[in-house]
Design a protein around this ligand. Sequence first.
Ligand code: PRX
Length: 624
Amino acid sequence: MTYADFHRRSISDRDAFWREEAELVDWHEPFGQVLDYSRPPFAKWFVGGRTNLCHNAVDRHLKDRADQAALVWISTEVDQARTYTYREMHAEVTRVAAMMQALGVKRGDRVIVYMPMVPEACFAMLACARIGAVHSVVFGGFAASSLAARIDDARPALMLTSDGGSRMGKAVLYKALVDESLKLARHPPKNVLIFNRGFDRNFNTVPGRDIDWKTFEKDHAATQVPCEWLESSEPSYILYTSGTTGKPKGVQRDVGGYAVALASSMKRIFCGNPGETMFTTSDIGWVVGHSYIIYAPLIAGMTTIMYEGVPIRPDAGVWWKIVQDYKVSVMFSAPTAIRVLKKQDPAWLSKYDLSSLRHLFLAGEPLDEPTHAWISEALKKPVIDHYWQTETGWPILSAVPGVEKTPIRFGSPSFPVYGYDMRLLREADAADAAAGEKAVVAIVPPLPPGCMTTVWGDDERFVRTYFSTFSKKQVYSTFDWGIRDKDGYWFILGRTDDVINVAGHRLGTREIEEAVNMHANVAECAVVGVADPIKGQMPLAFAVLKDPSKGTSAGDIMETVDKQLGAIGRPKAVYFVTLLPKTRSGKTLRRSIAALAEGRDPGDLTTIEDPGALQQIKDCLGVK
Ligand code: PRX
């Protein structure tokens, strides 16, 4: 069958298609209806079916592969490595689940996981899945007030953390940030379970609230905790992501649809087989970590590698050595990492035996053509650019080599993935764009299995945010620009909204602006993303000070962002102006500022209130 036929069937014969794919996972009770779409755009997949993500990721493999490695943890930060078989993983996960239950966590309760890349974080996620608790993993790079905002939105019953982690050999003190966030939060959890790694010998302990993981787990070593059989549409997790507003959205995902989509993608797209090894270089705090470090490889009965460290320490060969030593078949990384490696000695790429590697998958940000060509040539393996979002949980555009080995075109994430009914729509009137015409990438609902089911606690926001871009058609907007060539290859051209992508990390410029505004001497500011040769984009800030005589420096502003949002949002530069370019109706002209910063034409400026504001931006940037 050609891929085009395969895709066509997934849309035209949707129910039969997904009924077959659903056989890739275990169901405790079979589902009846494949899809309930009686309340568009809300889709319920595999109605009435009962299953459990932890059962599919762990328990069901005990029969055939109990002694196979499930998780290999490698840390180049603390120079340690540990392997857990499926049997050991089962015991570890059960123990964490027992601790959670002892702390009163019940099905449907939320649990915040704010942890570094350690095996215990993986056990914690799976333990939540086991008992039907909803995990909300917060990336360790987020600062106390971002964490507090996520706590207040999710209202967790429990929080799991660690005393600290390490990045580039420098300690990051998680527990101290947790303490600060709990002071800010209006809905703090009753307990905090702390996995002590010995990074912070003096961390503060609040009696009655804070519990030491290793001491507490001794009481639960032998407790058996069965899997809760959840209805397919019950929530499995929340993952916050940035959008146009300053308030991150809790992307909510289901159980059954997600399990099926991941199992299917592992077979058809990633070509990972049971017993093989997958190495995904992301972090558990991002969607790539959720789907392709934790759930998908384990559901597929593979060995997954969890890596704590950076790509160039102790040297730029470290990832390729892992591929060799653990016979990695499927590798998944981000374009920024490849651009970092491109600046190192190319000899690192031929030093190790990479014969086990079948494909390298890259996603998270645009993969530029030269980098795509360079890494393909250097590895002599197919490098597959694929495009998706936190919202979808698995690829939207990709080559699907498990169905057909279509030729790779550099700079393109190939074609719509099966299950996705994709359109390129003109912004003005929602009409279909012609070949070669830049337009908004949209998905005709229902969204396929695995995609977000709603915004946590806010169905209305789900509809308003994602399905209201066009008044004429209720379609899901990705907020990305795209283009399709005459051969049907798609290209992604960046966001239509105020979201930027820094080293594959998605950030809202509004979120960064809110952080800048927290500095006591800032009256207002504008943050824009500008092209960066390594990180893809970097934020630039333009701030108006209340009292310029106070001597506020760019460094002061950066420090405020570090504290409010986290260092991942820190602007590359901060410029001070006395006025921001705005339209007469008061909208900041971010697109024009970004264009100037990238040396492009700022576009239509007829609506600007005071052209002097733009001159100030030009003066800061040194452009004419
Ligand atoms: O703008 C697109 C960009 O990253 C956004 C989604 O980021 P996030 O929610 O963090 O999910 C990442 C999952 C891989 C998209 O809206 N993006 C992601 N992949 C690509 C991409 N842009 C271009 N090419 C890609 N392959």
